[in-house]
Design a protein around this ligand. Structure first.
Ligand SMILES: O=c1[nH]cnc2c1ncn2[C@@H]1O[C@H](CO)[C@@H](O)[C@H]1O
Ligand SMILES: [Zn+2]
Length: 355
């Protein structure tokens, strides 16, 4: 029941959270125009329409690798304090526009050092932008630091050690992203051992471009309590059972998952299957610009294609609230704020789909 609201309106108005959104994949083309001018850099096009092909994947994207090639262009402009602060602020702005109440913005510090910034600098500037966004838009925003799969152990260790210094200062977790098929999770035991030692929460991209063994590795050996995507989970019933048992959260990003060919088509997308099995699934954007998406669109698609009701969508949002890397007290106020908004939309809700 959505009360008297048509589904589309309900979805656009409902409170949401985005726990999986990359900073460099969510830069507005308008902003690149201004950053390029300020930085004295040449652009291949002088307007938003002309820039889009450099920033957004084509319909016929074949793989995660091809998808990842889109990030090179935008990263040139994200090498200064100003650019990091501004783009972090603007991710919060874009999220707030879709009535997102809380956003965890992830980025890879080592990809932003060509202008001489240290890893600590990059984290500081991103957090500053998120804080300004929190104040301007009245929503919550935290950072997640990403280690890149192709990077060296020393470089990635610096990221984890820096993350430890910013823990509870605006940064809440660490992640591993990049070419999953080329660099499986098993190669990162030592790196994420540091995260465990330092007590940093972990989410790992896994089961997106490789099999469920990567999900197993991420949970058992890398300490992940949340999994980015986890699409291939159904290929191994034992790993699926482990995810269920440990209440591991799946950060699903439908539009991106279709583009990277995590599944060949919508008919094989497992969101309904996972939900009905009682897995703690959540819905996010991954990369608003690269994927050409936003939170409203993601929820519209799953509602449309998989027949999720308003009550079910609310349960998915609540799964996200429960999975936020926030201290209990802050999570509780987020839960109350989100619950109140659902009630104002005429929905009596249960908290998540796990009963
Ligand atoms: O869906 C994804 N899977 C794996 N890696 C990704 C995905 N989206 C973005 N990145 C990678 O994360 C870096 C830091 O944000 C991006 O530059 C991109 O290489
Ligand atoms: Zn991602």
């Amino acid at each position: 029941m959505t009360g008297s609201l048509p589904m589309e309106l309900f979805i656009s108005r409902m409170p949401k959270v985005d726990l999986h959104v990359h900073l460099d994949g969510s830069v507005k083309p308008e902003t690149v125009l201004e950053l390029a001018a300020a930085q004295g850099r040449q652009l291949p096009a002088g307007d938003v329409q002309g820039l889009l092909p450099y920033m957004q994947v084509e319909e016929q994207c074949e793989s995660l690798k091809q998808y990842l090639s889109k990030f090179d262009f935008v990263l040139q402009f994200l090498q200064t304090a100003e650019a990091l602060e501004r783009t972090a602020f603007e991710v919060v702005e874009q999220a707030a526009r879709h009535n997102c109440k809380y956003v965890e913005v992830r980025f890879a510090p080592q990809l932003h050092r060509q202008g001489g910034l240290t890893v600590d600098d990059t984290i500081r500037h991103v957090i500053a932008g998120l804080k300004r966004g929190e104040e301007a838009f009245g929503i919550g925003a935290r950072a997640i630091a990403i280690c890149m799969r192709h990077d060296s152990l020393p470089n990635n260790s610096v990221v984890i050690e820096a993350a430890a210094r910013f823990l509870d200062q605006g940064l809440v977790a660490v992640d591993l992203a990049g070419d999953e098929a080329g660099f499986p999770a098993a190669g990162f035991h030592e790196l994420f051992g540091i995260a465990r030692q330092r007590g940093i929460p972990v989410t790992i991209h896994a089961g997106e471009a490789a099999g469920p063994d990567n999900i197993y590795e991420a949970i058992v050996h890398l300490g992940a309590t949340r999994i980015g995507h986890g699409i291939t989970l159904r290929d191994d019933p034992a790993v699926l059972e482990l995810v269920k048992e440990r209440q591991i959260v799946l950060e699903m990003c439908p539009v991106s998952n279709i583009q990277t060919k995590a599944v060949p088509d919508w008919a094989s997308y497992p969101v309904r299957e996972y939900y009905d099995q009682g897995l703690a699934i959540t819905i996010h954007t991954d990369n608003m610009t690269v994927s050409g998406t936003n939170l409203t669109k993601e929820y519209e698609i799953v509602a449309d294609r998989f027949g999720f009701t308003a009550v079910e969508l609310a349960a998915i949002v609540m799964n996200g609230v429960n999975a936020a890397f926030l201290p209990d007290e802050q999570k509780q106020s987020l839960r109350e704020a989100v619950g109140n908004e659902f009630r104002a939309l005429g929905l009596e809700m249960k908290l998540g789909n796990r009963g």
